[in-house]
Each structure stands twice: as C-alpha cells, then as structure tokens.
Design a protein around this ligand. Structure first.
Ligand code: ADP
Ligand code: MG
Length: 234
C-alpha cells in the first residue's frame, strides 16, 4: 500500500473536525473522498500535507510516518497538494506562478518541468505573461494543477478542483486528472461534486461530519440508495 491514514483525529480548539478516519490509497489509483461542505475534507488533506497537526492517528506514505514532518518535508517526499480555492498568486504571471512552484529545483529541472506543464496545458502557455487574477476560473484551476506538476510528486492531493467551475470546465479538469494519473501519478481527490468524483475514481470513501460512513468501489456506491439520496440528487 502506497498511502495509509489510520484512526486520524484532528480538531480546531474544541471542534472535532475529523474523528477516527481511516483510508488507503494504492500506487496508481485514483481514490476519492466525497462529503458535503464542512464534512472535514480540507482538514484531512491539510493534515496530510503537514499544514495541520493531528491529535492522534497515523499517516504513512511509502513506509514513512508523515505526522512529525512539516509541509516542506512532505513536498520533498513527493506529495503535491492542490489546495481548495486554487490559491494562485493573482499579482504574478502564469509563468511566475510556475517558477515559484519549483523554486527549490535547479534551473534545468525547473525549465524542463515548466515546459512539460505547458505541453499539457497549452492554454496556459498562450497566457504565460498574463496575471493570475485575470485568468478565468477554469484557467486558474489549470494553473493550480500545473503548479503541482512543476513542484513534482508521485502523489497528488486535490481539494475540490471542481469548485466554482462551469460543468464543461469540470469535465476538462477531470479529464486532465485522468491523463496525469495514466502517466503514473497517484491521486487522492476530495470533492463535494460526488457525481464527477465517482466517475473518475475507482474507489471512494463517504465522509460525514468527520467520519467515514461508507466505502467501496465507485460503481457500487453510485448504485447505493443512501449515496444517491444524499450526494447524487436522488
Ligand atoms: N480554521 C478553522 N477553525 C475552526 N474550525 C474550522 C476551521 N477550519 C475548518 N473548521 C471546521 O472544521 C469542520 C471541517 O471543515 P473542513 O475540513 O473545511 O470541511 P470541508 O473541506 O469538508 O468543507 C467544519 O465544521 C469547519 O467549520
Ligand atoms: Mg474544504
């Protein structure tokens, strides 16, 4: 198993946002964690990425315990977070955003990765000198994913990449994720958009108020009446 979270507990003061969550991701998989607003999705991803410290539990990647590591060390191990709300730098150009994402790399490696990111996202290359703020929502999301590609990593963590995007752009973004996965990147996707997430992921976990309520193959979960009622509009 590439990645495993075991009995994770995370709180903000006395708010217990994540309560005993366990799940696994195997190498090469796309796994999704679906849940409504406030279920604890971002808390879980931010804890994995080293931005929050858990109260208890294990987070193991490639045999390494991530819990004591800071965000920078987690990136160095090969995990790349695409945070909620994209968080690109609006006052920097597309190119500058990408350079910043790879600041720790040598010039040759950085240029190579930026070139590869532009090959995957030609729309971004056309807009390389454009400021982040002036990109459309879909382009900003592309930039957020491209940035994670430049940072590098075998394991990409995505926090609601569909948020705020028109359905056609959501399809584009998910198609890109599928390609990135096909080329060897393992993906953990958290989403409110259960419909799309269950289409792209082979396996899924359903998160409700900080706990995993259901899990299984996506093809089974889409047929589950509880999932249909709560997440797929009946
Ligand atoms: N910085 C914070 N301080 C206090 N409570 C927080 C903070 N961030 C999130 N929460 C609470 O933790 C719970 C889970 O939030 P979050 O992980 O953001 O959910 P999701 O990403 O699934 O919408 C919610 O009840 C939310 O209000
Ligand atoms: Mg969130």
């Amino acid at each position: 198993m590439l990645f495993r979270v075991n009995d994770l507990h995370v709180s903000y003061g006395n708010i217990r946002a994540v309560r005993g969550v366990s799940f696994e991701v195997d190498e090469g998989e796309i796994v999704t964690l679906i849940g409504a607003n406030g279920a604890g999705k971002s808390t879980i991803l931010n804890t994995i990425a080293g931005l929050l410290r858990p109260d208890a539990g294990e987070i193991v990647y490639n045999g390494v315990d991530l819990v004591p590591l800071d965000a920078h060390q987690v990136v160095q191990l090969g995990l790349a977070l695409v945070p909620e709300g994209r968080r690109i730098f609006g006052n920097l150009t597309v190119y500058e955003n990408l350079r910043l994402a790879g600041f720790q790399l040598g010039a040759d490696e950085l240029n190579k990765r930026i070139r590869r990111a532009f090959e995957r996202f030609p729309r971004l290359e056309e807009r390389r000198a454009q400021l982040g703020d002036t990109l459309s929502g879909g382009e900003q999301q592309m930039l957020a994913v491209a940035r994670a590609l430049v940072t590098g990593g075998k394991f990409m963590l995505l926090d609601e990449p569909s948020m705020g995007l028109a359905p056609i752009l959501v399809q584009d973004i998910f198609e890109m994720l599928r390609e990135i996965n096909a080329q060897g990147t393992t993906v953990l996707l958290v989403e409110q958009n259960a419909h799309m997430a269950l289409k792209i992921a082979a396996r899924a976990y359903v998160l409700e108020t900080g706990e995993i309520k259901l899990s299984g193959a996506s093809t089974d979960l889409v047929r589950n009446p509880e999932v249909q009622k709560a997440y797929l509009g009946g």
